[in-house]
Design a protein around this ligand. Structure first.
Ligand code: ADP
Length: 457
């Protein structure tokens, strides 16, 4: 087992990894930017190294900085968390070259899944159901038009290197296609440095359902059930739950087994998430694989009792998975609300100083955060300040607990999305489990409606 792990991240996820390391008796190294000097992850790690100025391109995304910090402190592994360098095949390769273990899949698998078009082909071959889509990047607008006419509009233009909902364009008619391709290519080039885009059939009101897997280096892969992540704004998740209220036990088993087979086909190791869209007839279509820990992993931990971060560390150290598929059980229901420092109506970020911070607790509530009273939310990083996760014997109990935990949370100094979550938790469709990725349109201010979710995200 590792003696010391460097955490190449910040905020709540750095804290989450420190927690796992403490439970495993592993020492930790925090890296931080100048903006995060007083952060909790720096306080609670055993050692810390400043790796640069606030801008993430000069600190948390700086591979030589991260690697030097690992070498100076003698860390034997790096956990990248989510975001930042978590899906960097390059960091994984540099780690290999430096004899530092990267806590994630093999760089080859990261590279394959990071190219959504190649990933589509590989997963199709492995038997996963696909939406009709181009087999590779769009070569010319003529070909794109021919293809889109053949599968029928609407279609969605997506960046091959996509992530975080960027570089996507929904196209409803032939006339809009050329412009949408050019805009998506420009956006993709700016965001990812790769302009390639591909085309896929667009589903109007799907659900987003994803399956968590764990694979070890001895060929074993298990799935930990699904998460429903249909509550999104601009293709970014806001609230997640497990299990999905839309799946039957039979569907869960079938989807899970399909994903396990696909993961085995690419020799997937460590934690990963296979994302699907589900149409109104209950059919699934593969979308992408995220080769890292997800923000929403706690809901799966609560219903399975499996500590995903500890499993990741054990797997990276060469140990066997601690459970076989038959031993994975699903109990109760969990919901996660991402509390962001944002205006709850306009979603405009609200960074600043938090004078009072107290999250509701009590039975069935878990809070993952690095915020505290008298702390500052920096404008340099994403605006999530806490994740509140509720657990109940059933969905109703999880909802009731979440509501009262949010109502009993006090955050002074910045605006938060707590009021938005309370609106969702009181919505009759949400309560009945009726939702799609368009659910949030009902709360979108009229000024934003034009060009919103369905049209140009
Ligand atoms: P990213 O990697 O940028 O997050 P994804 O491929 O995971 O992009 O898609 C994010 C979201 O975009 C999905 O959860 C869904 O809401 C929407 N989306 C993506 N592809 C389609 C599609 N073919 N039809 C309808 N919605 C889609």
């Amino acid at each position: 087992m590792f003696k010391k792990i460097l955490i190449a991240n910040r905020g709540e996820i750095a804290m989450r990894i420190i927690i796992a390391c403490r439970e495993l008796g592993i020492k930790t190294v925090a890296v931080y930017s100048e903006a995060d000097e007083n952060s909790l992850h720096v306080r609670f790690a055993d050692e810390d190294v400043c790796i640069g100025p606030p801008r993430s391109s000069e600190s948390y995304l700086n591979v030589p900085g991260v690697i030097s910090a690992a070498e100076i402190t003698g860390a034997d592994a790096i956990h990248p968390g989510y975001g930042f360098l978590s899906e960097s095949a390059y960091l994984a390769e540099v780690c290999e070259a430096c004899h530092i273990r990267f806590i994630g899949p093999d760089p080859k698998v990261i590279r394959l899944m990071g190219d959504k078009s190649r990933a589509r082909r590989a997963m199709k071959k492995a038997g996963l159901p696909m939406l009709p889509g181009t087999d590779g990047p769009v070569e010319s607008e003529e070909d794109a038009l021919k293809f889109s006419n053949a599968i029928g509009f609407p279609v969605i233009v997506k960046a091959v290197a996509g992530g975080g909902g960027r570089g996507m364009r929904v196209v409803r008619s032939a006339q809009e296609l050329g412009h949408a391709i050019r805009t998506a290519q420009r956006e993709a080039e700016a965001a990812f440095g790769v302009p390639d885009v591909y085309i896929e059939k667009y589903l109007d009101s799907p659900r987003h359902i994803e399956v968590q897997v764990l694979g070890d280096h001895h060929g074993a892969v298990v799935h930990l059930g699904e998460r429903e992540c249909s509550i999104q704004r601009r293709h970014q998740k806001l609230m997640e739950e497990s299990p999905s209220p839309a799946l039957t036990e039979k569907q869960r088993r079938k989807l899970g087994n399909m994903v396990v087979d696909a993961a085995k086909a690419v020799q997937y190791s460590n934690a990963g998430t296979f994302e699907f869209l589900m149409d109104e007839h209950g059919k699934f279509y593969f979308m992408e694989t995220n080769t890292r820990l997800q923000v929403e992993h706690p809901v799966t931990e609560l219903v399975t009792g499996i500590d995903i971060v500890k499993e990741q560390i054990r797997i990276a150290a060469g140990e066997r998975l601690s459970v076989r598929q038959g031993e994975v059980t699903f109990n109760g229901h969990a919901i996660e609300c991402r509390v962001n420092a944002e205006d709850p109506d306009t979603f405009v970020p609200s960074p600043g100083h938090i004078s009072v911070f107290s999250m509701g607790g009590g039975p069935g509530i878990r809070v993952d955060t690095a915020a505290h009273s008298d702390c500052t939310i920096s404008p340099y990083y994403d605006s999530m300040i806490a994740k509140i996760i509720s657990y109940g014997r059933d969905r109703h109990e999880a909802i009731v607990r979440m509501r009262r935990a949010l109502e009993m949370s006090v955050v002074e100094g910045v605006k938060t999305t707590i009021p938005m979550h309370l609106k969702i938790l009181n919505d009759p469709d949400f309560l009945a489990g009726r939702m799609s990725t368009r659910f949030m349109e009902r709360f979108t201010p009229p000024s934003e409606k034009k060009g919103s979710l369905a049209e140009a995200v």
